[in-house]
Design a protein around this ligand. Structure first.
Ligand SMILES: Cc1cc2nc3c(=O)[nH]c(=O)nc-3n(C[C@H](O)[C@H](O)[C@H](O)COP(=O)(O)OP(=O)(O)OC[C@H]3O[C@@H](n4cnc5c(N)ncnc54)[C@H](O)[C@@H]3O)c2cc1C
Length: 293
């Protein structure tokens, strides 16, 4: 067993302003509990506190798939100050869940392990990618996951194997906080990995509004249909409500053009769902998570 890289813990000031800046949509109305435990022991204490308070626990990784509204009645736990670790066992990596995927790809490339390049450019952490079974270029996170380590609400750690998890389109059945994962990587040269990373990021740059706050695709694609094309065919591209706007690059990606409120974004989402339903009879289900009560 060889440890290949470590990282230092962060000390962060947690406030509503912090979450607003950290979230990739840069929207948040209110927060009750927002913590970033620095160790698994601290994490367990926070999980216990949330359980005592009877508040739902919301793990947060890169915050690239969550629209935050009024979060007064949730207990938000950021993964970013937890210890960041990686162990290398032959062609497998055991990684803590708080690795940013892009940093992991680049570090793994140094030891000739690739495969995850399809996810390059997504501003997400491993835990969030697994929970959402994120995917791109025809591959999904599940393809790489051999095992996942979780922690229960009582603070007990356990492993789930790939086949003990139900994997679906942008969905996994994991309910608890994900601490770590064992990933099956593909032996490749560093050059080959970096070339693919560049190609994939260039592809994103030409098709996605990467410079504006967004959460990637808002809706799942209905079976055999493209949500973006349905929205485009309704003439909704570039429509705005307040400072929430449907991007011109990709009709399934909504952007915050500056100080959009939760209400602006939520109203735009509903308007889009209603318009597509009226015109094509198709329901658009959310791919993003909305935390609001
Ligand atoms: C520019 C951009 C491009 C994107 N491109 C893609 C794409 O190509 N393909 C794709 O599938 N998605 C894409 N997304 C959406 C998003 O990145 C993915 O859904 C990703 O999986 C979210 O990971 P995250 O770490 O940001 O999770 P978060 O947004 O923080 O959380 C998402 C969900 O995972 C849960 N979660 C987070 N961490 C943990 C944990 N440790 N344990 C248990 N649950 C956890 C959260 O509670 C929440 O339910 C994109 C987003 C952006 C902003």
């Amino acid at each position: 067993m060889k440890k290949i890289f470590d990282s230092s813990a962060l000390n962060i000031n947690l406030s509503i302003g912090y979450l607003k800046r950290y979230s990739h949509m840069q929207i948040c109305e209110n927060v009750g509990y927002l913590v970033a435990p620095k160790s698994v022991v601290d994490l367990v204490e926070n999980i216990r506190l949330a359980t005592d308070l009877k508040l739902p626990i919301i793990p947060i990784g890169g915050a690239s798939n969550i629209l935050f509204g009024n979060c007064q009645n949730q207990f938000l736990i950021l993964d970013q100050a937890l210890p960041r670790t990686v162990e290398n066992h032959d062609t497998r990596l055991i990684v803590s869940s708080n690795w940013n995927i892009n940093a992991l790809i680049l570090n793994a490339a140094k030891i000739g392990l690739g495969g995850l390049e399809c996810l390059a450019g997504i501003p997400a952490h491993i835990g969030g990618l697994i929970k959402m079974n994120a995917g791109s270029f025809g591959k999904e996170m599940a393809t790489f996951v051999k095992k996942v380590k979780c922690i229960t609400k009582k603070g007990e750690e356990y492993w789930l194997t790939h086949s003990e998890i139900n994997w679906g389109y942008r969905h996994s059945s994991i309910e608890d906080f994900i601490l770590a994962a064992e990933l099956q990587m593909v032996p490749m040269s560093q050059n080959e990995i970096l070339t693919k990373v560049r190609e994939n990021i260039d592809w994103r740059r030409t098709r996605q509004p990467l410079t504006m706050p967004n959460l990637g695709c808002i809706f799942k694609n209905p079976p055999n249909l493209s949500a973006g094309k349905l929205i485009d065919d309704c003439g909704l591209k570039e429509m705005s409500i307040g400072n929430a706007k449907i991007s011109k690059e990709h009709a399934n990606i909504f952007i915050n053009t500056g100080n959009a409120t939760f209400k602006d974004m939520f109203t735009l989402i509903h308007h889009t769902q209603n318009t597509v339903k009226d015109r094509f009879g198709v329901n658009l289900d959310l791919e993003i998570e909305v935390i609001h009560s």
